[in-house]
Ligand binder design. Sequence first.
Ligand SMILES: C[S@@+](CC[C@H](N)C(=O)[O-])C[C@H]1O[C@@H](n2cnc3c(N)ncnc32)[C@H](O)[C@@H]1O
Length: 385
Amino acid sequence: MNGCPNDISMSMAGETSQMKNPLMSNVFVTSDGRAIDLIPGWFEQKVWPLGAKSYQEFVDRVIDPQVNEESSHDDEVYPKSPVFFLRKLITPEAILQVLEESMIHFEGPVTLLDIGSGAAIIPRVLKLLGVCDAAYGVDIQDRSGDFSDQALTELISEVTRTLLQDEQSDVMKLLRGGDGVSTWTVPFSLPFVADMNRNLSMDGYYVSDFLKFDGAGRQYDLITTYAGLCYFDIRDYFEKVASLLNRGGVHYLMDTNYYHYYGESLELPLDAPWLHARVTRDDLFRYYREHHPDLESYVERGFFQKSSHCAVKNVIACAREFGLEALSYRRSYKTDELEKMHYRSGANLKFILQKVLTDCQAINPHVTYLDLISKAWTIVFKKAS
Ligand SMILES: C[S@@+](CC[C@H](N)C(=O)[O-])C[C@H]1O[C@@H](n2cnc3c(N)ncnc32)[C@H](O)[C@@H]1O
């Protein structure tokens, strides 16, 4: 995590469940009467990814281009470098593992749809790995040209060559670091488990809002979404996924976790840890109005999640309503974050378990401690045969 918090236990001393005068003290009072202490220095230590110097810049340069249909894909800062894509090579192997461990076996040729496909690295490598026979992608922006088939093939060959030559190579270090989103560190073994003679080209890449996508006239055996659920209302999303899946079809879903310190991909500036999760959405906007009026309009643009306060249990329950049963799930954690934050002191742990979790559960009773510590989660769903 950027700007990882250090000692948060000091916030426990002053925090009580009684109302405090919000004008007198450094406190935010929720509409259900809970007082949340704002921690001096917490706001200032936040650092944004991709070199953004402020939340305002982060919204303008990173979030807006990702969620705004009209914006220019060419102007955005979404990474396009081979190093970024190199890390993405790990992800399909992780997906393969999760599917295998969930005892997924397809009969006959498998047709894949990848939602929010981006540069389509994941579906193309899934094809190489033999997970699917045909791969289609849908994305609201056309990123299909970001990394050509030839560039992807060359990258895999180059990585393989370098990696096998010297295990201390820079490539090895990058791969060990995971892909930055999942924090998985699955060993890169593509050259051993993939048939490099397979055709890795996409069979179709559709530029469309997924919710308006008609499936291009087909049903799919496997639908994958990697870091994409957050853009949708989760009911609309699962209804659409269920409608496009064949009977017995499988949905692999990985998303960043709203309950991570700063709302994970939202990267919210906050005056207290997990503040966004401890208050309702309306209260969060009131907090900005009262404490950071200069940020309010930015948060309105930057808070792109249609469904907020979704814990893993909520996601599983929502999918079930549309006939998708969860077969397995896993979470990813960053050990350095856990060491610096949760397990830095008993007081920190007590604060998180007794104060933060209780506040979060006042808004959503389904939140668990694991929601507070995980960075991302993955769930595999199956539609009844
Ligand atoms: C965080 S990126 C992930 C890209 C890709 N899955 C990967 O892991 O490399 C999210 C992608 O979702 C796309 N996206 C956002 N809103 C969408 C929508 N309503 N319909 C389809 N795609 C969308 C964005 O354009 C972006 O390419």
